[in-house]
Design a protein around this ligand. Structure first.
Ligand code: FAD
Length: 231
């Protein structure tokens, strides 16, 4: 495919066309931007669910059914597009993009391939749209990171460990959420809720967290490739 400025132009034009089609509720037009064998995976952005769609008709009816005023908009390229390959497609144009809904900021990824029937209009072989952050509950990172301004050497002030112990004992409040099972799902959920400042209690029936794994394996070793392990 063409040099990087041209790749950028193609990616931005594709995103602008998708955004305009969705804004005008031209569902057939938006779905036709997919390759006939293409997949769209949506995580929590068009509705509160995980969805995988295959092919143009499925995408079109899903867009029609899930559309509301909260639908993703303001699609914009993030970073530089790159050339790769996928299966029978020896050349794909791949790029990340940002977008927003009324309640959330999102991030997506798309792989464009050439359409043999219309060489000048690349089609999406895969699209991922995923929620990144709820606008009302910004992630406590970067500028939002909690600041420890207290002079912990002063008498009467709690240091981090004091606060941690109080939180563990739920000394000042009851938990808003109870998670049953401190396996990887429970621990990840608790970590996410903690990051959102939601008071959470995890209960585990085993004596020690990790026993469910420890009692099965002699080592803490996953068998799949490390890049697949989000935990
Ligand atoms: C043999 C085997 C090999 C695997 N290999 C891999 C691998 O290589 N890579 C990989 O990514 N995945 C692997 N998996 C899958 C992985 O282990 C599971 O997907 C993962 O553990 C699921 O996490 P979970 O938190 O949903 O459930 P679990 O890990 O099962 O955790 C559930 C927790 O809830 C607790 N609990 C249950 N009921 C109650 C209750 N009533 N009250 C309180 N606590 C309760 C349990 O004690 C447990 O700690 C493997 C699974 C098996 C069985």
């Amino acid at each position: 495919m063409e040099h990087s400025a041209e790749q950028r132009r193609i990616a931005e034009a594709w995103l602008a066309t998708l955004g305009a089609a969705l804004e005008r509720r031209q569902f057939a037009g938006a779905a036709a931007m997919m390759h006939p064998d293409g997949y769209w995976r949506d995580l929590l952005t068009f509705n509160w669910g995980f969805t995988t769609l295959h092919g143009v008709p499925e995408v079109e009816s899903w867009l029609r059914d899930t559309w509301d005023s909260n639908a993703p908009r303001n699609f914009r390229l993030e970073g530089e597009p790159s050339i790769a390959s996928l299966g029978e497609h020896s050349e794909t144009l791949e790029f990340f993009f940002g977008f927003e809904t009324n309640v959330a900021l999102g991030r997506g990824f798309v792989r464009l391939v050439e359409d043999p029937n219309a060489p000048k209009t690349p089609k999406a072989f895969t699209i991922l749209t995923t929620m990144k952050e709820l606008k009302a509950f910004p992630e406590a990172v970067g500028r939002n990171r909690p600041r420890e301004d207290m002079r912990v050497s002063s008498r009467g002030l709690e240091n981090w460990l004091d606060q941690r112990n109080a939180a563990r004992e739920f000394r000042h409040n009851d938990p808003d959420v109870i998670i049953i099972g401190a396996g990887q799902s429970g621990l990840m959920m608790a970590a996410r809720l903690g990051q959102l400042n939601v008071s959470t209690l995890v209960v585990e029936k085993s004596e020690r967290i990790g026993d469910v794994w420890r009692k099965r394996y002699h080592s803490l070793k996953l068998h799949n490739e490390i890049c697949m392990n989000h935990f």
